[in-house]
Ligand binder design. Structure first.
Ligand code: 4AD
Ligand code: MG
Length: 481
């Protein structure tokens, strides 16, 4: 007999004379009621064991975490909260789970403890829900771009370039650490390395993506990216997934429209497909926030917050306007910020971004036209820009509780201006000659952005630490599993 998923059993149109369910025991009460979960849904199916006709030896082995297979009739449940249950006629223990040793006992565990057990935390309600939502969200990403005719591009993971020019790269090498081949001046001789040159894990697929956009029109990437930045925060991972669309002939306004429409689409998608998981996480969040002082609690419950993002336009504000707001705001005047904003040109820290979104505008914000010298080399220099106060056509999308969720720009399409900029920043022209070919041959206005997938999952699930929305987080000092 083939087993049926718990989700299908719970949604069955009628009672059934005989079904088979397989899953893991969440709890076993009164020697009679198994709450069985198979991961297909947040809901467990209740399996009622005929304990009088089941040997003690078997009953003892029905423990939290054990894998079991039950056969029996699917009947209407007399208990509250579920439509159906299984009246068990035979039960097989597929895999025992020693209750003295199984770490995921049916009680509240700290998120820290669960992180240390990332291979087992997915057996809890919260992590089951998060990982199902993550999966649905990634499908929504593809669905959005595919419906719009974008081409999905797999950009390389091992690269020879630093797309962001920030130097936060993990080296990839096959050279030995002892007896490393050296050049005459004593530096490492990468000519003898696997690729015959220095290589690293990609920080972004943008530069390769641009070359494809300049042929296929609209493309997107969705893959892992790596940053060796020593940011031990609840928003940074050393390995994270990024979605990078790039569109020929789009200017910065088109880029903002695309980003806003895309984010609203994926949130709507997950609201439709994952109502039960979201409801569960909303409850979890309310519970968690009960222990916080009123001022620190979210103003909206999770579903209300997601709905708010769907129904309201993101507020578009220039960097210059934002600086004026920040310079004159109370926490800046009272020196409550760690970094005081004194003048135009300052880089915004996450405390400033969060002030703008959470306290000032109280909605998602798109900041645009940043000072050129705090942004990457490839961004389009504004035409009307003042010498000494140059701005670029950059945009960052800031979200409540998250801060920056998207970073993007219109690209510098003018060959001479781009080369000039690279010279000023000491970026090797030879190395990026292939990238410059997009500007040498048939250059045109184009734009794109990068959305940090885990920051999106954070927002949608209402979790507060990015380590809890990726299966096996990589952070400074930690690469378990
Ligand atoms: O702003 P970033 O660095 O932009 C780029 O990489 C561009 N090449 C994107 C483009 O225009 N195609 O990164 C983009 C987004 C950020 O807004 C953030 O959401 C996420 O990637 N991100 C991280 N997420 C988790 N951990 C980190 N260490 C992250 N660094 C960036
Ligand atoms: Mg950024």
């Amino acid at each position: 007999m083939k087993h049926t998923k718990v989700k299908e059993l719970l949604n069955s149109a009628s009672t059934l004379p005989e079904v088979n369910a397989k899953g893991w025991v969440r709890t076993f009460r009164n020697n009679q009621f198994i709450a069985l979960n198979d991961g297909s849904t947040i809901n467990n199916i209740q399996c009622v064991v005929d304990f009088e006709n089941t040997s003690d030896e078997i009953l003892k082995r029905i423990t939290t975490g054990a894998a079991v297979s039950v056969v029996g009739a699917l009947v209407e449940s007399k208990g509250a909260g579920q439509k159906y249950e299984i009246q068990v006629s035979s039960l097989e223990i597929l895999g025992d789970s020693d209750p003295e040793k199984f770490p995921m006992q049916p009680k509240k565990h700290s998120l820290e403890f669960l992180r240390e057990n990332a291979h087992l935390r997915v057996r809890t309600n919260a992590f089951g829900a998060i990982m199902r939502i993550r999966s649905v969200l990634s499908f929504a990403v593809h669905s959005y771009f595919q419906e719009k005719g974008f081409v999905y591009v797999n950009t390389p993971i091992i690269t020879g370039s630093d797309a962001e020019g920030a130097g936060e790269m993990f080296k990839v090498t096959a050279l030995p650490f002892d007896n490393t081949p050296r050049t005459e001046d004593g530096s490492v001789n990468y000519k003898e390395d696997f690729f015959g040159k220095e290589t690293n894990l990609t920080v972004s697929g943008q530069l390769e993506g641009e070359t494809f956009a300049m042929a296929l029109g609209q493309i997107y990437t969705f893959g892992p990216t790596f940053r060796a930045e020593n940011s031990n925060t609840s928003r940074h991972l050393a390995e994270f997934w990024m979605i990078e669309p790039e569109v020929a002939f789009n200017d910065l306004n088109d880029n903002m429209d695309l980003a806003e429409d895309f984010i609203q689409y994926v949130i709507k998608y997950v609201l439709e497909k994952c109502p039960e998981d979201l409801k569960f996480l909303e409850g979890r969040l309310l519970e968690e926030e009960k222990s916080k002082p009123q001022a620190e609690r979210s103003e909206m419950a999770l579903l209300e917050k997601l709905d708010f993002v769907l129904k309201n336009n993101f507020k578009r504000v220039s960097y210059t306007e934002a600086i004026d707001i920040l310079r004159n705001c109370t926490p800046n005047k009272k020196k409550k910020f760690n970094y005081i904003i004194n003048e135009w040109g300052a880089d915004l820290q996450s405390e400033h971004e969060r002030y703008l979104v959470e306290k000032h505008f109280k909605c998602p914000v798109i900041l645009f036209d940043y000072p050129a010298n705090i942004k990457a080399f490839y961004m389009r220099l504004n035409d009307d820009t003042e010498p000494g106060k140059e701005t670029v056509r950059a945009m960052d999308i800031l979200f409540p509780g998250i801060g920056e969720i998207v970073g993007g720009s219109q690209r510098e399409e003018r060959f001479d201006v781009l080369v000039e900029k690279m010279k000023a920043l000491n970026i090797n022209e030879e190395e990026l000659s292939w990238y410059l070919d997009t500007r040498r041959f048939g250059s045109a206005v184009h734009s794109g952005f990068g959305l940090g997938f885990e920051r999106l999952v954070l927002f949608v699930t209402g979790m507060s630490n990015i380590r809890d929305v990726i299966p096996f987080p990589r952070t400074p000092g930690s690469a378990e599993f």
